[in-house]
Design a protein. Structure first.
Length: 357
């Protein structure tokens, strides 16, 4: 029987957690977390933890094995989806730009592997006839991998509280679902920038990718930098990305801390008709400037928005599941998701990420 998630005074009192799938090496799979165990037994079908539609199997409006009515489930699902959209602005933007890798049956995937080109071919040859035999070579590949963890947060409702809400003609309180989804979204967005370590394996973020290009801003963008200095810094970042040894020529997203974004609303020049933000957007190649609380201080990022630099792995977007305990008097809920960054570099260990601070 699953242990009850803990709350205090109606508030969720811990951060979202991470479950992992692990292989024993002899073909067996182990799952940490109570919900994971049930999913393993059902061949990772998450519907075993989501009650069937109202009225199924003569349940008079109750879903199979579920305490929530069909309309109540829809109410919770709408809440989870809305909060996820609000709290995943950067991730949602990347997905909308097509920078996404869909991961079918994500619950059954413990490790994602792909091949990265190692080295390059020799240059093409030029002849008048095309008859001379050209130099033959072949590219080599290396295997790159990353773990696929599960982000999750749990809460519970007492059966009597649910009954009281219905008696008064109210929908169940969804505050816990809102907070839990927010915590999941915070983990997802944070991992995009700082990455994370799971079971001894590393998932890199934009700020931690070893091959990213680094440098220094001319002056502190949050306090003293002028508009001219900010523009000059962005141009230098583009020069680094597009240099002949990199060849990442855009388009680019510029990510800045919220304190920097506030200053970018100032005039580019005294008594001018453009803000610093508008002037930077005029630089060729810059398609977007986005502020985020995941960056702080003077950290600014210029990222080429192509799939060979960055993708979001979209396995399962924030979803709610349910199970009961305490002889049915307590109903437990889990919000979980499998959404992770896949930060990539090329065979020459070159990256389309420029990090200035």
């Amino acid at each position: 029987m699953p242990e009850a998630p803990q709350t205090t005074g109606g508030q969720i009192n811990s951060f979202a957690s991470i479950d992992t799938l692990q292989s024993s090496g002899d073909g067996r799979t182990f799952v940490s977390g109570t919900v994971g165990q049930r999913l393993l037994a059902s061949n990772f079908d998450i519907n075993v933890l989501r009650p069937a539609a109202a009225g199924v199997d003569g349940q008079s409006g109750l879903g199979v094995n579920g305490v929530l009515l069909d309309e109540e489930w829809k109410h919770f699902d709408r809440t989870v989806q809305q909060v996820a959209r609000e709290r995943l602005p950067i991730v949602s933007d990347l997905i909308s730009r097509g920078l996404v890798m869909n991961l079918p049956n994500a619950m059954g995937v413990m490790t994602l592997e792909w091949e990265r080109v190692k080295g390059d071919l020799v240059d093409a040859e030029v002849t008048m006839s095309g008859l001379p035999e050209a130099t033959k070579d072949r590219q080599e590949f290396e295997t790159v991998s990353m773990p696929i963890p599960i982000f999750h947060k749990e809460f519970y409702y007492n059966l009597r509280h649910l009954s009281a809400a219905r008696r008064n003609g109210r929908m169940p309180e969804v505050t816990h679902a809102e907070v839990a989804t927010r915590k999941i979204a915070e983990l997802i967005e944070n991992s995009l920038f700082t990455g994370l370590t799971v079971g001894g394996s590393t998932i890199y973020g934009l700020l931690t990718e070893p091959q990213r290009n680094t440098g220094s801003v001319t002056a502190n963008w949050a306090t003293t930098a002028t508009g001219e200095q900010m523009v000059a810094d962005v141009i230098r970042m583009i020069d680094v990305a597009s240099a002949s040894n990199n060849n990442f020529e855009g388009p680019y997203n510029l990510y800045v801390p919220r304190t920097v974004a506030a200053r970018m609303g100032n005039d580019y020049k005294a008594n001018g008709d453009k803000t610093i933000w508008q002037r930077i957007m005029e630089i060729e190649g810059v398609q977007s400037i986005q502020q985020t609380s995941r960056l702080s201080g003077t950290n600014v990022l210029l990222v080429q928005t192509t799939s060979d630099v960055l993708q979001m792995i979209d396995g399962i977007q924030p979803t709610m599941v349910e199970w009961e305990s305490h002889a049915g008097f307590q109903h437990n809920f889990k919000i979980f998701a499998i959404m992770l960054p896949r930060i990539r570099s090329d065979g020459f260990q070159q990256s389309g990420i420029v990090h200035f601070s």
